[in-house]
Ligand binder design. Sequence first.
Ligand code: MN3
Length: 236
Amino acid sequence: MERRSFLSTAALAVAAVASTSSLHAIGFEPVPSGGKHEVPALPYDFAALEPHIDAQTMQIHHDKHHAAYVAGLNKAEDELAKARASGDFSIVQHWSRQAAFHGGGHWLHSMFWKVMAPAGKGGGGEPTGMVASAINDSFGSFDAFKKQFSAAAGSVEGSGWALLHFRHDDQRLIILQAENQQKGSSWGTTPILGIDVWEHAYYLKYQNKRPDYIAAWWNVVNWSQVEANLNSMYKK
Ligand code: MN3
């Protein structure tokens, strides 16, 4: 549990109030004690999100990009363990940054796969119940939320994410950007929904038309999973 708690804190920068079980619920796969991080299986086929996200993009994104973040996180943690063993911390800054970048990538992609589902079969539409209430409370309306989130996604400079976070201290929802996999995030918040706007997430199908990809992505948002993610935030 100590290792798991450390990993949660270091890689995810979540508030102490978020329990390990709640992190697991939103995509974080705890590693066995002493084990390595692993790429989680997609909960659907590569082609399941067609026509909104094409199969080739999904395959490369999951099997190559996500796998590289997992490898990078494992590498960074190995190197930090070596540094502790040798007492040589001369490049601890490098590996700390690598742990944040690759750890952020691993965690965000693990969430990303789960908050999507085939259009019309769990994906798309509008949230109901507690998610609809939380969005209305925090943004005024679903339409206002959707516009702000789309604008945030469209305006990420370079590679990154738009993320809907649960803020633990006042239990409100906020929208933040994350450049790369980690920069621009805040403290005491946990993402419960996010869209990857790295070019690798859309370029094969949409080329430079990021707004078209964002508009299509709403058709595959799995609001039931977002509700599960939000619900897990309230459990201590
Ligand atoms: Mn990506």
